[in-house]
Design a protein around this ligand. Structure first.
Ligand SMILES: Cc1ncc(COP(=O)(O)O)c(C=O)c1O
Length: 411
């Protein structure tokens, strides 16, 4: 039997079998958050029933079991992204916290006049932390912009990255346009110029195989809840030599070596960056989520999503009043379609589609500078994942075809 049996996969996700507004649910908002299969839910329940304790703190059996579960999750993440060492994996709350940690901590090493480079497509989580570093350090925040095909080209890379650039921070895949940025080129050129590269992998890691060593990324960050895992846990991968020179972000329990009345020394990595009680239950869920993805195979997941994208793009591009933002073909594009409908506000589109049981996102997608650059107040966004089907796409397209009529425009 083919391992990628979509009918069987859907059975693993109880939430998807419900009706919404009397219609079957077509969930096309996995870019915002994904659902959890039974395997992830069960692993977290089992942990709570059998092994819950405060990790790294106790001599008793439950604390030891919690520590083992936490460490096993780290090993799983390390293998999944092919990090060199387990010490290079730090658990945070989410992508946003990982990016803030890097900006706050590595940002301490930035000097007056240094340049920090990001892309115009970034999520606010990869903009605001760098704005603050630039303000506080008197550094310069610069942007890479898109060419006519909606992509960052070689010319832009070589024009914007210079010997003044100290940090390049960029999403692997845009949460608004679905564009997959040319990371290999950006990383190679940044290193040549002496800059380090932070990769926001929130939208990429759920959908493709990522090898941080092959990529030679200096930092790579992501959230569990966008890859079938629970909310409340994120990952920060960083190269050992960089993490070691960075000051801690949060101070408190579990990140110290010795504390005196007036001073403290810090624990080695990764503990230096993991102050306070960690979310072991979520780590267990993240491990189960990765196992689920690995069992299906990242290549098969990607192939399934690309098939759905081809199917959806073919249909949507033939509707004359729908405008796709960003690349309109599948070259360097993931499973996201951002669009507007002539004369219709994206919020109205999302509300009308909801009445057809279709869940999409509308708004500025936490990317207001990109919206301004595109000259749009907002877009609607459909995002696909491994549990979506052609039936979901058909329901989405049928809904779109009704939007203008609902609002009193001609078809
Ligand atoms: C590209 C990108 N970066 C960062 C984030 C923030 O993720 P989180 O809210 O899990 O911190 C998102 C969330 O949508 C995203 O799409």
């Amino acid at each position: 039997m083919d391992k990628f049996d979509i009918k069987k996969i859907k059975e693993d996700f109880p939430i998807l079998s419900q009706k919404v507004n009397g219609k079957r649910l077509a969930y096309l908002d996995s870019g915002a958050t994904t659902h959890r299969p039974n395997q992830v839910l069960d692993a977290m329940v089992e942990y709570n029933k059998v092994s819950n304790g405060n990790p790294h703190r106790g001599a008793h059996q439950l604390s030891i079991r919690a520590t083992q579960e936490y460490d096993a999750a780290k090993v799983k993440v390390k293998e999944f992204i092919n990090a060199k060492e387990i010490e290079e994996i730090i658990f945070t709350r989410n992508t946003t916290e990982s990016l803030n940690l890097i900006a706050r901590s590595y940002g301490e090493l930035i000097n007056k006049g240094d340049e920090i480079l990001i892309a115009i497509t970034e999520h606010h989580s990869n903009i605001l932390p760098w704005q603050r570093v630039a303000r506080e350090k008197d550094a310069v925040l610069k942007y890479m912009y898109l060419d006519d095909n909606g992509r960052i080209n070689k010319k832009e890379i070589e024009e914007k990255i210079s010997s003044k650039t100290k940090i390049v921070s960029i999403a692997h895949m845009s949460n608004v346009l679905g564009t997959i940025h040319p990371l290999e080129e950006i990383i190679e050129y940044s290193h040549k110029m002496g800059a380090i590269v932070v990769v926001d992998g929130a939208q990429s890691i759920p959908h493709m195989k990522v090898d941080v060593q092959k990529l030679d990324a200096d930092f790579y960050v992501f959230s569990a809840h966008k890859m079938l895992g629970p909310m409340g846990i994120g990952v920060l991968y960083g190269k050992r030599e960089l993490l070691e020179e960075m000051p801690p972000y949060l101070l408190g329990g579990d990140m110290i070596e010795y504390v005196t009345e007036q001073d403290a020394t810090y624990a080695p990595i990764p503990f230096k960056f993991e102050a306070g009680t960690q979310n072991v239950e979520a780590a267990v869920g993240l491990r189960a989520a990765i196992e689920y993805l690995e069992n299906l195979g990242m290549d098969k997941i990607k192939a399934h999503e690309m098939h759905l994208m081809e199917y959806a793009l073919d249909k949507i591009l033939s509707i004359p009043y729908v405008n796709i933002q960003g690349p309109k073909d599948l070259e360097s594009k993931g499973g996201i379609i951002s669009f507007t409908i002539d004369d219709v506000h994206p919020h109205d589109t999302a509300t009308i589609l909801d009445s057809y049981g279709v869940a999409i996102r509308s708004g500025h997608h936490c990317a207001q500078p990109l919206m301004k650059y595109l000259g749009l107040p907002a877009t609607s966004r459909a995002s696909f994942y491994l549990y979506n089907t052609e039936e979901d796409v058909d329901q989405f397209i049928d809904g779109i075809k009704n939007v203008r009529e609902w609002l009193g425009y001609g078809p």
